[in-house]
Design a protein around this ligand. Structure first.
Ligand code: CP
Length: 320
């Protein structure tokens, strides 16, 4: 692999899941690979899991890590080509990406959507611009429309915990007081539809995701029907794609409760975190025996490690 911006960069997604599972059995087996290599992590937005799991993954591979919180510590970036920079922004992404490439052998970047301009978000303007101007491999730490490192960890978690060849996996929308990106559900659909599972998406009408991702996937508007017999329930809120960035419903009857989980096949509960307790899902489900949220977050290390390993093996080499 020479970059990791989406599943399209992964020749064999199922193979990458297997690789991550193998790495988990012996995380330091490839600690020579990253010797004298540096990973740069650039955050335009907050993060707990992605930040720490990707650092840990790099350390397991013997890499050094540098973190730049652009939102707090960096110069304000300009993304427009041809901009007359006489306003608030002080540094163009062209220089920023090229300069960080002088210090790092691989760069990860996190950039959330505006949720205002659908075209710019879905063109991945910031991620693509950064990758175009970087001279080393770039990985997405979550972009405007996708979160592939999360989805790889999600598939890995399902693979570890499944008790049948074709488990039923349900992606359910759940309520939230703020407008959230579609990146986690978009990516989850992209990856999980390639997994050996029966896959169903459930959400209120109006919350249809971009059909580029969902075409051919079963969508059931009745959450209770969708949950029947589920082996894995993956809850996530997202704002509307069609009425872009809007909150159309805060219907608390979509919250995942013990009663809802009782409809499943003793199903496991998953969420990418952070999660709003007793809004998205109740305490009882989160703290119950079928909750996989902590394993899932732990697997972020091995997902990131599989990606970094593949890029290092492909010969990632910066200017330093
Ligand atoms: N799931 C996830 O990406 O968590 P963070 O936003 O904390 O990185």
């Amino acid at each position: 692999m020479n970059q990791f911006l989406s599943i399209d960069d992964v020749p064999d997604p199922a193979g990458l899941v297997k690789e991550a599972l193998v790495i988990k059995t012996d995380p330091f087996a490839f600690s020579h690979l990253g010797k004298n290599k540096t990973l740069g992590l650039v955050f335009l937005n907050p993060s707990l899991r992605t930040r720490m799991s990707t650092q840990r993954a790099a350390q397991n591979l013997g890499m050094d890590v540098m973190v730049l919180n652009v939102d707090k510590d960096g110069w304000q970036l300009e993304f427009e080509d041809g901009a007359i920079m006489n306003g608030a922004s002080q540094e163009h992404i062209k220089e920023a990406a090229a300069v960080i490439s002088q210090y790092c052998d691989i760069i990860g970047i996190r950039t959330f959507p505006s949720l205002q301009d659908r075209e710019a978000d879905y063109n991945e303007k910031i991620l693509r611009s950064f990758a175009r101007n970087a001279t080393v491999p770039v990985i997405s730490l979550e972009s405007a429309t996708l979160h592939p490192l999360q989805s790889l960890a999600d598939w890995l978690t399902i693979e570890e915990h499944k008790t049948k060849d074709m488990p039923k996996v349900v992606l359910t929308w759940a309520p939230h007081p703020k407008a959230l990106p579609q990146s986690v559900p978009n990516s989850f659909v992209q990856w999980i539809r390639k997994a050996p599972v029966e896959f169903v998406i459930t959400h209120p009408e109006g919350y249809e995701l971009n059909s580029r991702f969902t075409a051919g996937v079963t969508i059931e508007y009745d959450q209770n029907k969708a949950l029947a017999g589920a082996d894995f329930v993956y809850a996530k809120n997202w704002s509307s794609y069609n009425e872009y960035g809007k909150i159309l419903s805060q219907d608390s009857s979509w919250m995942v409760t013990e009663e809802k989980m009782a409809l499943t096949n003793q199903g496991s509960f998953m969420h990418c975190l952070p999660v709003r307790r007793n809004v998205i899902v109740t305490d009882q489900v989160l703290d119950g025996p079928n909750s996989l949220i902590i394993n899932e977050a732990g697997n972020r290390v091995y997902a990131a490690q599989a990606v970094l390993k593949s890029i290092l093996e492909n010969g990632a080499s910066g200017s330093n």
